[in-house]
Design a protein around this ligand. Sequence first.
Ligand code: SF4
Ligand code: SF4
Length: 74
Amino acid sequence: MLAMAKKKGIVHIDHNRCKVCGICVNICPVKNYKINQQKLKELGKCIACLQCERYCPDMALLIDIKDDKDASTG
Ligand code: SF4
Ligand code: SF4
């Protein structure tokens, strides 16, 4: 099997910008988002593909990319 470069993303949601449109919920390949009581939640599974950051129409998402082997929180 191909060893994929593993990345981890720390997701920052700006709830003042997010209109809970659900685009990120649908495009995230690891299903990191869900909508709960009209609020977007993230589940800590982000692999930093950056799709959601790119496609969010309201620029409500910011992804911090971390190397998987880097266990320190900085
Ligand atoms: S795509 Fe952006 S506005 Fe839509 S639910 Fe996700 S974070 Fe909110
Ligand atoms: S960066 Fe990719 S993996 Fe992470 S939450 Fe966004 S769409 Fe999902």
